[in-house]
Design a protein around this ligand. Structure first.
Ligand code: GLU
Length: 673
């Protein structure tokens, strides 16, 4: 088995060299709108391989694009330092595509477009054209922070029982019947929201693009045409979803071998249909996706009512009610970001329909009432992997999160349909309110579960459905100082398993509550026509706080996939960087810990500094938490944090990047002179 894998990897290396050279040639001559010389560009975007550097995709020793079996945590990742621009994504080929755009004078948004086009190919389980995204953009010239909402929408025909009943007369769950409501609805056409990522990228590019839209798809087209080697995580995703992919003949033809076994790690895979799709979008803009033949294919796929590749795999599938008009009417939205202070920084995040910005701001606003930098609250044994969090540190952070999730779960949904309590965001992140919430925390006992805060004119909202694991995050700084943080998703790994034109369709509508109401009344996050499901995605930007208290310079960019736990991953990374002064890689690598609003506190057991032997009874952190009344889970946590921090090194300003050791990503930027 091992030998087979290795020979596949060797085969992949043989094609990777010409590919890398052609990609280098492509971007080396693409930089014409700025002073970046080709020589400078060629110094950029190289992976440090010990004493030398190596091109990503070259197949040479040290090339991070050489597929490896996916592992829970790969220790030894080093921070990457750059002078003026940097891209961090969850896949080496995507990082390289983004970095090359930056090296040729492109803006952060230009790079994000190129990154998304490549991610949809090389990490199709996590994001793509068939999904949605949120982006925060910092404009270094105007100092403005703008957020972009590319969240999927429910179709106009969706009624309140769309996710849980086949019809008014057939009140059973949508098909295929996979044994539980979430799994069944997810794999039906009902889970598929109108995709938003492409329209959102176009809107952001209209606002902040420097290079022609049409050229930004070239790296994705090239990789789709020439092929790429299936990575460890993609291979694991295919193998885990094999039976689900078998319901869609197009998905089976792409992801599975002729005998329907899953395509394995290192297999060279080409996606000419995806290349054609990208070319159409490159030439015709987002309209080529939202109208015409691609839109028709999406609608047709959502409407399939049967699946399977042969008689023994044929099953009925409940179709969705999406029409061409849903796609044609889709709009990406510019929204106000949620910005608050945290100690001597400003933190900006994504507002509704994401709950991420409010929940991160609430958690940090509660923690501000404690000295997180004290010896008792700080990690010990600080090393390249972050270090060992302290019992009190984890206790305080997880209690702050219980309080934040209580509000999130009850109140936050798409504010175009349901208003937030009080005066909205400002009430929910108000410092006095959060000080009161902090007062509910005991230093010696976990509160277990928290109750949502009480606001004037509050309305009951109810809890939401579970959130899945098909998401990825990119952080990008361009040489003009502009910054993009973008979290992009198809919801669960492999989305709805519906595949057309070379990409997967999301199952984002399962982020709505399946039940329209509970004992207290209508649920805020219930499904309604054209509504956007509540998200946890938390693309986050930090800034210094100027002497007059106003928002100062860019300081940090971060974000992660991880469903509802995204909020915990981001808070951990921010506290690690701001309170514990860890660098971008250490803060990213740091043990994941935190809590939703339940008695369980999670401490990521995949991290080398957590001792999971003897059912976790040998680890003093886990024991300490138990003695404070926490129910402790040390299940592995699959974050995918991508972080960039602007800092001083040897008297000059540099960017330091860190990519999550739990995924496959890397940071790349321009070289220091
Ligand atoms: N669908 C989730 C959300 O929008 C994200 C899922 C994930 O991170 O995998 O919050």
């Amino acid at each position: 088995m091992k030998d087979k894998t290795n020979s596949r990897i060797r085969r992949s290396v043989r094609w990777a060299v010409p590919l890398a050279l052609s990609v280098v040639a492509l971007w080396g001559c693409g930089g014409d709108d700025d002073n970046t010389t080709q020589a400078n560009a060629l110094q950029a975007c190289l992976q440090n391989a010990g004493t030398t550097t190596v091109a990503v995709g070259s197949g040479l020793p040290g090339d991070p694009a050489i597929p490896e079996p996916s592992s829970g945590y790969k220790p030894g990742k080093k921070p990457v330092t750059a002078l003026s621009f940097m891209a961090v994504t969850a896949n080496p080929l995507a990082t390289q595509a983004g970095c090359n755009v930056l090296a040729s004078g492109g803006s952060a948004v230009d790079a994000a477009v190129a990154v998304q086009a490549v991610l949809g190919l090389v990490e199709p389980q996590s994001s793509g054209l068939g999904g949605g995204a949120f982006m925060l953009h910092y404009n270094a010239t105007t100092k403005q922070v703008q957020s972009y909402d590319g969240r999927e929408t429910a179709p106009a025909a969706a009624t309140e029982n769309y996710l849980r009943h086949v019809s008014a007369t057939d009140q059973t769950n949508p098909l295929p019947n996979l044994g539980n409501a979430f799994a069944s609805t997810r794999a039906s056409g009902r889970s598929i929201g109108t995709p938003g990522a492409v329209r959102m990228l176009e809107l952001a590019h209209q606002d902040h693009g420097r290079q022609a839209w049409s050229g930004l798809f070239a790296p994705g087209v090239k990789l789709a045409t020439d092929g790429f080697a299936i990575s460890g995580r993609m291979a694991a995703a295919i193998s885990g979803a094999r039976n689900d992919l078998l319901r869609d003949p197009e998905a089976a033809a792409y992801f599975l071998n002729l005998d329907y076994t899953p395509k394995a790690l290192g297999t060279l895979i080409k996606n000419p249909e995806y290349a054609t799709t990208l070319n159409s979008i490159a030439q015709g803009g987002a309209n080529a996706f939202y109208t015409g033949p691609i839109a028709q294919s999406i609608v047709n796929k959502i409407k399939v009512n049967t699946g399977g590749v042969n008689a023994s795999t044929t099953v009925a599938i409940t179709p969705g009610l999406t029409e061409l008009s849903d796609l044609a009417n889709y709009r990406a939205i510019r929204r106000e970001p949620v910005c608050t202070t945290y100690r001597d920084t400003w933190v900006c995040g994504m507002g509704p329909p994401s709950s991420g910005g409010i929940a991160v701001a609430q958690s940090l606003g509660i923690l501000e009432n404690f000295n997180m930098a004290s010896a008792e609250n700080s990690p010990t044994l600080v090393n390249a992997e972050g270090g060992k969090p302290s019992v009190q540190g984890v206790h305080l952070v997880s209690e702050s999160q219980r309080l934040a999730y209580a509000d999130r779960n009850l109140y936050v949904a798409d504010t175009d349909f349901v208003s937030l309590p009080g005066n909205g965001v400002s009430s929910m992140v108000d410092k006095t309110y959060l000080r009161g919430r902090a007062g509910l925390i005991s230093l010696t006992r976990s509160m277990g579960t928290a109750t949502a805060g009480v606001f004037p004119a509050a309305r009951p909202a109810g809890v939401s459905a579970q959130e899945g694991n098909g998401t990825t995050h990119m952080s990008i700084v361009d040489k003009y100082g502009n910054v993009v943080v973008m979290t992009t998703t198809i919801e669960s790994g492999m989305g709805s398993f519906h595949f057309t034109r070379g990409f997967l369709l999301n199952n984002q509508l399962t982020d709505f509550s399946f039940d329209p109401s509970d004992a207290t009344g209508p649920i805020a996050n219930r499904i309604q026509a054209n509504k956007r499901p509540r998200s946890s995605m938390s693309p986050t930007l930090l800034f210094t706080r100027a002497a007059d208290g106003s928002r100062g310079d860019f300081l940090m960019a971060t974000g992660s996939p991880g469903g509802a736990a995204i909020i915990q991953f981001v808070v951990k990374t921010v506290v690690s960087a701001i309170d514990w002064k860890l660098d971008a890689q250490q803060a990213t690598s740091m043990v994941n810990f935190g809590a939703g609003n339940s008695v369980t506190t999670g401490v990521g057991g995949e991290h080398p500094s957590i001792d999971v032997s003897n059912t976790g009874l040998n680890d003093p952190l886990l024991n300490g938490l138990r003695s404070l009344g926490h129910t402790v889970s040390f299940a592995a946590q699959s974050s995918g944090v991508s972080t960039i921090i602007k800092t001083q090194q040897n008297g000059r300003t540099v960017l330091v990047g860190g990519a999550d050791p739990r995924r496959e990503g890397i940071a790349l930027g321009d070289a220091l002179p």
